[in-house]
Design a protein around this ligand. Structure first.
Ligand code: 5AD
Ligand code: FES
Length: 350
């Protein structure tokens, strides 16, 4: 079995694709030895295109109001215990100013689906950031919107958009979300974003409730077809005030394995070692980089609101000691022989 799976990994590296049964075999047949072999090849590919550089994106979590009710998420509408906040334009610009001084050249504006932030308001914010920092890339991550809305935001200066497809399989999707949300709508948004001209990021949670190797195989096939610029994955982590309070969190092991597979399938893609990965294991982000990831996204939000952007339990970087995530990550990356670079860090996967 292990030799077979080694051959599958070799073939994935050669051809950058596998069939659905092959993905299932590889994912469900994974072992620690196989993972080591995978990470070795994944690092080779990553070094070929991106060297030992790690790109940084300054994450600004600007609203935790959300009209959606995803069963896994701590800021879902029905969570009456969530302490809600919004940053105004001035506060967002001050995060950018701080970030620019620290060397960030990409700002990620992430938030719940908050109707307060109309196209008009977001357009104003985007224009202001672009005017002050024309050399920076702006990434939006504000959920599902109409084609027209995506287009207006793009025209106002948004360069990139992150929208995880969460899980490609429609019936699995319906076990994680209320009926108002559909896998097909989600996926259509991603195709719209690509057509408009955004650099697009998608992704999924590893170990989400009811997830099987077959679902993960379908995720890989969908991502291959979409051919995004970035893929964000991280373990599902329980949040105590959600319907999934009694479920099990995903694992470091599965997440790292999927990172390695993604690197071989899309060698030039941007692959973040996410905060969720750093949350389930204190060395999670370092291990993510060693499995093929090449991006980290330190938190630039004001320290006093960080604890309220609580998608899952025990999220790192929410205490006062985390004011300087940039420095912390610099040290962490250096400790494993990588270096943070202050460039826009555009994807080579075009
Ligand atoms: N655990 C891990 N990731 C989560 N997300 C939302 N809730 C959780 C959770 N409980 C992820 C989703 C979403 C992204 C912003 O955060 O994949 O797209
Ligand atoms: Fe935020 Fe280390 S990266 S505290």
């Amino acid at each position: 079995m292990t030799t077979d799976n080694r051959q599958l990994i070799n073939r994935l590296k050669e051809q950058q694709s596998l069939t659905k049964p092959e993905w299932i075999q590889l994912i469900s047949g994974r072992t620690p030895e196989l993972a080591e072999y995978l990470f070795l090849l994944a690092r080779e590919e990553r070094h070929r295109y991106y060297g030992h550089d790690v790109y940084v994106r300054g994450l600004i979590e600007f609203t935790n109001y959300c009209r959606n009710d995803c069963f896994y998420c701590g800021i879902r509408k029905s969570n009456g215990k969530a302490v809600r906040y919004r940053l105004d334009e001035e506060e967002i610009l001050s995060c950018c100013q701080n970030g620019y001084r620290l060397g960030f050249r990409t700002f990620v504006l992430q938030g719940g689906e908050d109707a307060y932030f109309t196209d008009e308001k977001l357009v104003h914010i985007l224009r202001s950031i672009k005017k002050l920092y024309p050399d920076c890339a702006i990434t939006l991550s504000v959920g599902e919107r109409s084609y027209d809305s995506f287009k207006r935001l793009f025209d106002a200066g948004a360069d990139r958009y992150l929208l995880r497809h969460e899980t490609c399989n429609a019936s699995h999707y319906s076990r994680l979300h209320p009926p108002s949300l559909r896998a097909s709508t989600r996926q259509q948004c991603l195709w719209d974003l690509k057509e408009i001209g955004y650099q697009v990021g998608t992704g999924f949670m590893t170990g989400s409730p009811y997830q099987t190797a077959e679902h993960l195989a379908e995720d890989m096939l969908f991502i291959k077809k979409l051919n995004p610029h970035m893929v964000g994955i991280g373990p599902f982590i329980v949040h105590h005030d959600t319907p999934f309070a009694d479920k099990c969190s995903g694992t470091l092991e599965l997440t790292l394995f999927m990172l390695g597979l993604l690197r071989l399938m899309l060698p030039k893609v941007l692959l973040p070692a996410t905060t969720a990965l750093g949350t389930i294991d204190s060395k999670g982000r370092e291990l993510g980089i060693l499995a093929g990831a090449n991006v980290v996204m330190p938190n630039l939000s004001p320290v006093n609101v960080r604890k309220d952007y609580s998608l899952y339990d025990n999220k790192i970087c929410t205490g006062d000691e985390a004011a300087e995530c940039r420095k912390c990550l610099e040290k962490r990356m250096e400790s494993i022989g990588y270096r943070i670079v202050t460039a826009r860090g555009d994807s080579l996967n075009v």
